[in-house]
Design a protein around this ligand. Structure first.
Ligand SMILES: N[C@@H](CCC(=O)N[C@@H](CS)C(=O)NCC(=O)O)C(=O)O
Length: 214
């Protein structure tokens, strides 16, 4: 039995929950981290010396780093679906995972923490405005790429959609007046049609408002 550790409110855990449900894999889930605690135990340190979630156990295998977990699950349980069989097609899915990790995420997470998770009086408005401009440029790049495409790596959902797709709900719902590029919004609507996305990603997150501790 697969076991996932990590609080459901974590962006990185949500990527894995979404992936598991897309793949209809059976799993057990334990909320850890944030108000649930449990990351400072000796037992957890043996699973992940970084003391961060998510962590996935599949039999004897222990994996941490959310994108590594998403790739593992797709490779084992999603061949020809989330994990394209053709290496060239797969490289495009992979490319968007890397792009999200290295470009979109630093800007999006920076803005989410700088605006949404920081109490109003402590916010650095200039820094947040800069991060918002950076996000808008990156979502505009996604918008160009999505012209004539249903998903980031082609006509169907792949691992390439998971990291960037997981940002959409919080980005558009955190209360900022951000640009809404049409192709990105159409992609977001397509993701919203998926039960696995709605159940795990499109989840109210107001408990995180103005809360700087995990
Ligand atoms: N690069 C790591 C980041 C892991 C990470 O920073 N996780 C955060 C939650 S998003 C965490 O464990 N924070 C401590 C906590 O929630 O208590 C990944 O993608 O898995």
């Amino acid at each position: 039995m697969i076991h996932l550790y990590g609080r459901h409110t974590s962006y990185n855990v949500q990527k894995v929950l979404w992936t598991l449900d897309e793949l209809s894999v059976e799993y057990e889930h334990t909320n850890l981290g944030g108000p649930y605690g449990g990351l400072d135990t000796a037992e957890f340190g043996l699973m992940n010396p970084n003391r961060r979630v998510p962590v996935l156990i599949d039999g004897d295998l222990v994996v941490w780093e959310s994108n590594a977990i998403v790739r593992y699950l797709a490779a084992v349980y999603g061949q020809g679906f989330l994990w394209p069989l053709d290496p060239g097609e797969r490289s495009h899915a992979d490319q968007w995972m890397e792009w999200a990790a290295n470009n979109l995420l630093p800007a999006f997470i920076g803005l989410f923490w700088g605006y949404y998770r920081t109490p109003e009086k402590q916010r650095d408005c200039a820094a947040n405005a800069k991060l918002q401009r950076r996000c808008e440029k990156l979502y505009a790049l996604l918008d160009d790429h999505l012209s004539g495409r249903a998903f980031l790596a082609g006509d169907s959902l792949t691992v390439g959609d998971i990291p960037a797709g997981t940002s959409l709900y919080r980005y558009f719902e955190m209360g900022l007046d951000v640009n809404k590029p049409p192709n990105v919004m159409a992609w977001y609507e397509r993701l919203m049609e998926r039960t696995a996305f709605r159940d795990n990603v499109a989840e109210p997150f107001d408990e995180l408002f103005g809360r700087l501790d995990y």
